[in-house]
Design a protein around this ligand. Sequence first.
Ligand code: GLU
Length: 298
Amino acid sequence: MTGRWAPSPTGEFHLGNLRTGLLAWLFARSRQANFLWRFEDLDGAVRPEFYDLQLRDFQSIGLDWDGPVVRQSERLKLYKDALEELKRRGLTYRCWCTRREILEATAAPHAQLPEGAYSGTCRKLTAKQISDHERSGRNPALRLVTEGQTVQLQDRQLGAFSGAVDDFVLCRGDSTPSYNLVVVIDDAEMGVTEVVRGDDLLPSTPRQVYLSELLGIQSPTYAHVPLVLNESGNRLAKRDGAVTLSDRLMLGESELDVLNHLLSSLAIPNIGSFQELHEVVQDFEPRNLPTSAWVFDL
Ligand code: GLU
C-alpha cells in the first residue's frame, strides 16, 4: 500500500491544508503503508520559497514521508508521452474556446456532470472553422474525446459516488499538462494505491478514473475528506486570520498545540508529546472521523 500527499507550492499551508495532510498521513501510516510527497508545481502561481516551507511545516507537526520528494515540473516527459499516446489513438481534439465561451455554452444540464463541464463545441468544428482558428495564432488546448460516460466509484469516506465525464482538458493552450492528466500518470507511476484528499476534488474524480481505464491503469482507492471552513461557512483561507503554523506560533502556541488542535478537530484525543503520535496511528480508525466540515473558530 502506498499513500501520498500532493500539495501545490503556491503558498504557506493553512490549518485546513495541514489537516488534510495529517489525514492522508494517518490513513497511510495506520496501515504501515509508504507515504510519498509530490509537489504539484505546474501551476503559474508556484513560488520557490514555498517548497521548503511546506516541507518544514509538515515536519514541524511531527509528520514524515518516504523517499525523495517528487516535483511534477521535473517529469514533463512522462506527461508528454501519455499525451502522445492519446493523440495516436485518436482520443484528443484541439479546443480554442475561451473560458467565457465555455461558461456561456455550459454543457446541457446533466445532474452528474461536474461544474463547468465542457459542451464539446470544438469537437464539431468544420474544416473552415479550424483553419480560421489556426490562423488566429491562438494556441489551442487539447481535450479528451468522451461520450458522457458515467463512472461509479466507492469512496472510503463518502460511499458510492457517480459522475459523468466531459471532454476535459488534457493539455492547456500554454502547453502545460492539466491536473486531471498528471494526477493519473503520477499516481500510477509512483505506485500510489490510496488517495486521501479534500472533497472539493470529488467531482473531478470520475474524469480521473475514466482516464485511468483508457490508459490501462488501475485506479487507486479514494477517501475524500471534508474541507475546513471559516465561521461564515466558506473554505478557510489565509485572509481569515491566524491560520498558518507560523501565525499560530506567533500567538504563543507550540507545534504540538497546533497538532493537538488538528487532532481534536478529527475527534482524536490530544497527546502530550510527539512520541505519542505512534499511538494515534495505532488507534486511527477512519470510521470514527467526523463526516461534516470542521468550522475553524479563530
Ligand atoms: N494539488 C492538489 C491540491 O493542492 C491536490 C491534488 C490531489 O490530491 O489529487 O489541492
